[in-house]
Write a protein that binds this ligand. Structure first.
Ligand code: PEP
Ligand code: MG
Length: 889
């Protein structure tokens, strides 16, 4: 098996095998861009290593072969004492995992080759600086030594020299640092730092493989839903040096602004430095535009290369580069992460530039990104005081209590507190804190710093580089330029779109995208900005290409009307139980407690006109669109007082000798109706069969409301839905009664009442007998909440709090099956029901109305299995429209 590929052998389409970095280095090499020569060890080799605990037997020989070729191309030998070839050993998985895995630079340096390097480069200082970096990175990464030991030692030397900057250390000081670093290695590991260059390289390769399973990598993968067995590739690249002097440097850049999508020069540059200095935000960078004054030649070449990359990849690219003595070298490129707004804007910009078509533009954005654009925004004004303005690194509005460490962020968030994580800069160890926080604020680092990159990837609000703030993580406070001190627990507000930071809580308002959906901003008006126009164009196209209809779950006229403005094509689920609460509860109680038919009918007669009015208003809001009304579902005891509360009340009254008949009757009824597992008890269709007149009252209210609308010139389209059916006999019995009522109302009112009758598919037995059930149903709607509950045997109200965190930690699933459909399990049942249902009744209308109707991945599945529509909450309607479009492409 071929485990190793030269950069000239691969291409950008081989990400799975070569990792993203390796594939793109190969692509750039083949484009003729200045990439330092090197080779890539495949992800296959990593998977072999992770499985067997050792590298494939023939890997070493293949690496030797490629190393020999590299040495020949470079005219140097790895670690040669006189003129050493040095290499970097970098991780690079198929899915981008920024900063999560390891990298070792300057491999090949030892006590002898450091002299050779000094001679060749004409700089002792540079050679010893490179050597100390190798020992530091190798020590941390390969030998597992706590990085603090090295940092302390370096700080100590700086302190002795009375300086705070690495740049003030000369070669003698750096030799001293190297000596101390080697002592640390000996102390911490009991062995000397390895002098053999090849041994250094092999150990570094294994360390990169191992870093696939570092804690932070595991957390990141779980969050980003990256498969845990994919493995990383390893890139061995000949070193070029950004730390050779002020005519050298290193930087990162974007071809467009990843926050706003605007075109221009975006990036950071650091003179006389190596890559990790920039990403770690250790020293302050200068804006990339300044490079033009520093080194016009290299700047020009960089701009040209970036525009070439953008037209080649047909997308925003981010890059890492190094300038070695005025010569530009490309170290990495990839299609860059971007904020949600930028994703929409860039997609339509690229369409206008003729690089992609509208189909591709729809593919380039996601429902999750659209959902982010619908989050509330800050309203200017209010009584919060602005403290400073940093960089707008990842858009959004976050309000929370300031905390100064990742551990605190997690602790506070677990207690249910909203927090903003405040750091000088973040590093990969801060990942769990960033996940827990509402937003992230840093005082150092640019838009390409760790905090910014990771926050944008997570869609988390981030303000970075707020340099005016003096952050003291030890004292758990920061000081603003006006002298205000913000302590742990003080509420702050940060705006990732403007970079502003306030003390106190800033009020929020609906963003422009929501106002566009509401119809308050016309897409062709002056009020519409680039973002609104892009969203409009992309959603319009998604609507054109999608096959799935999108309906909404709504049970009030207001929600129905809003959902319709948001693009809903009907109601997929109107839960009537919500109409039995409030003042009507008393009537329901009377109904449940009725001891005679007369009493029961009296209660039903009082409820009926109220229900009719509810439906009337909803039909009006949904005029001309299908409106699925579900008959009462939950157990009746939900409408009665709590058993324990009531028992206490009765006991207290007894004590006082104040017992009354009514309360005792109520208690008896509540006791009689008490169920151990109400979710599996008397609910749904079972209720309709057991409580006489309940469902027929609801059907009558629907029919009368529809008749009234029709007479008024409206176009009501009711669909009556029976919940929790498990056997066709249940449905048949209800259907027979319902049809009688419909006919009766039609006759009385003198109008034809158009209503279909269908069922929810929520219990596994309904799935398995879907062919029989289809005989009595005009439509099926999958209730995936209950179907998930009953398929897994998970109580939907209890398990998420009880033990899902353990299941998520153990990787039993990557996301709750109540949030995103369990496709292999619950999805398989849906497929069966689709096949059996349509087999028995071709053209059977099929929909889904569980929470999964607004979840992007689930929507794609529902498209694939051939459902006719998804139904979700009003605010998810645009998300579902977009994802249904993406699924169809
Ligand atoms: C379902 O079970 O998926 C459903 C939509 O019904 P409810 O959530 O009301 O039980
Ligand atoms: Mg249900």
């Amino acid at each position: 098996q071929k485990w190793v590929y030269d950069f000239s052998e691969g291409s950008k389409d081989q990400k799975d095998l070569l990792g993203g970095k390796g594939a793109n280095l190969a692509e750039m090499t083949n484009l003729g861009l200045p990439v330092p020569p090197g080779f890539t060890i495949t992800t296959d080799a990593c998977r072999y290593y992770l499985e067997h605990g050792s590298t494939p037997p023939d890997l070493e020989a293949q690496v030797s072969e490629h190393l020999a070729a590299l040495e020949k191309a470079m005219g140097k030998t790895l670690g040669d004492p006189a003129d050493p070839l040095l290499v970097s050993v970098r991780s690079g998985a198929a899915a981008s995992m920024p900063g999560m895995m390891e990298t070792v630079l300057n491999v090949g340096l030892n006590d002898e080759s450091v002299e050779g390097l000094a001679e060749q480069a004409g700089s002792e200082r540079f050679a010893w600086d490179s050597y100390r970096r190798l020992i530091q990175m190798f020590g941390k990464t390969v030998l597992d030594i706590d990085g603090e030991h090295f940092e302390h030692a370096l700080d100590e030397v700086k302190r002795e020299q009375g300086t705070e900057s690495d740049l003030d250390l000369d070669e003698e000081h750096l030799k001293d640092v190297v000596g101390r670093f080697k002592a640390i290695v000996r102390e911490q590991t009991g062995a000397d730092f390895p002098m053999d260059p090849r041994e250094q390289m092999d150990l570094a390769i294994n360390a990169v493989f191992d870093s696939w399973n570092s804690e932070r990598a595991i957390i990141y993968r779980r969050r980003e839903r990256i498969p845990s067995d994919a493995g990383t590739a390893v890139n061995i690249c000949s070193m070029v040096f950004g730390n050779l002097g002020m005519d050298s440097g290193t930087g990162v850049a974007f071809t467009r602004d990843p926050g706003s999508g605007a075109q221009g020069v975006y990036g950071d540059y650091l003179q006389n430095a190596q890559g990790e200095d920039v990403v770690a935000g250790i020293r302050n960078t200068v804006p990339l535009a300044d490079l033009e004054n520093i080194d016009q030649g290299a700047y020009g070449e960089l701009m040209e290369t970036m525009s070439r990359l953008e037209s080649h990849y047909r997308d925003l690219c981010d890059i890492e580069f190094t300038i070695e003595r005025n010569k530009l070298w490309m170290l990495q490129t990839r299609v860059g992460k971007r904020g949600a707004a930028a994703a929409f804007i860039i997609a339509t910009q690229l369409v206008d530039e003729g690089l992609i078509d509208m189909d591709e533009a729809v593919r380039r954005v996601s429902g999750d990104q659209l959902a982010q654009l619908m989050f509330p925004r800050f309203v200017e004004g209010g009584d919060a005081t602005q403290l400073t303005e940093g960089m707008n690194a990842s858009p959004g509005a976050a309000v929370g209590k300031a905390v100064f460490s990742s551990e605190e962020a997690v602790k506070w968030a677990d207690r249910g507190e909203k927090v903003v994580l405040v750091r000088r800069e973040t590093n990969p160890d801060d990942l769990s804190g960033m996940i827990a926080a509402e937003g992230v604020l840093t005082s150092r680092g640019g838009k390409t710093s760790h905090a910014a990159v990771v926050a944008r990837g997570m869609g988390k609000t981030c303000v970075c580089g707020a340099e005016e703030l003096q952050v003291d993580t030890k004292k758990k406070q920061f000081r603003a330029p006006d002298g205000t001190v913000v302590n742990e627990g003080d509420v702050i507000s940060i705006d990732g779109s403007t970079g502003r930071v306030w003390l106190g809580e800033v009020p929020v308002e609906a963003p422009a995208v929501v106002r566009y959906f509401e119809g308050e901003i016309a897409p062709d008006s002056d009020e519409a900005d680039d973002l609104v126009r892009s969203v409009h164009r992309i959603l319009t196209h998604a609507d054109e290409v999608r096959r799935l209809d999108v309906r909404t779950n709504a049970d009030t006229p207001e929600d129905s009307a809003r959902a319709r403005r948001f693009g809903a094509q009907g109601i997929g689920l109107c839960r009537t139980e919500h109409m039995f609460l409030g003042e009507r509860r008393q009537l329901v109680e009377t109904l449940i407690l009725a001891e005679s038919e007369d009493e029961r009918n009296a209660a039903l007669d009082q409820l009926e006109p109220l229900q009719r009015q509810d439906f009337l208003e909803i039909f009006e809001a949904m005029d001309g669109l299908p409106t699925t009304i579900r008959l009462l579902d939950p157990p009746l005891h939900e409408f009665l007082p709590d058993l324990t509360d009531l028992s206490v009340r009765v006991a207290v009254a007894e004590e006082r000798g104040e017992q009354d008949e009514g309360t005792l009757r109520l208690l008896a009824a509540v006791q009689a109706m008490h169920e151990q597992n109400p979710m599996l008890g008397l609910r749904g269709v079972r209720l309709g069969l057991v409580v006489p007149g309940l469902f027929t009252m609801q059907v009558r209210a629907i029919a009368e409301a529809a008749a009234e609308r029709k007479k008024a010139g409206g176009d009501p389209r009711p669909e009556i839905m029976i919940p929790l059916v498990g056997a066709v006999q249940e449905l048949e019995a209800i259907r027979e009664e319902a049809e009688k009522v419909l006919a009766d109302v039609a006759e009385k009112e003198g109008v034809d009442v158009p209503a279909t009758i269908g069922t929810m598919i929520e219990v596994p037995r309904a799935v398995l007998t879907a062919d029989e059930i289809a005989g009595a149903a005009d439509f099926f709607s999958f209730g995936t909440n209950d179907l998930t509950q009953m398929t897994w045997g998970f109580s939907r109200d209890d398990v998420e709090a009880a033990f899902f965190h353990a299941y998520l930690d153990k990787g039993i699933f990557g996301i709750s099956p109540f949030e995103s459909l369990d496709i292999p399990g619950v999805g398989a049942l849906i497929k069966i029901a689709v096949e059996r249902g349509r087999g028995a009744r071709p053209g059977l209308k099929l929909g889904i109305c569980g929470e999964h109707g607004g979840d992007p991945d689930s929507v794609h599945f529902f498209h694939e299995v051939g459902l006719d529509y998804v139904s979700c909450s009003p605010f998810r309607v645009p998300v579902a429209r977009l994802e249904a479009g993406r699924a169809a492409l």
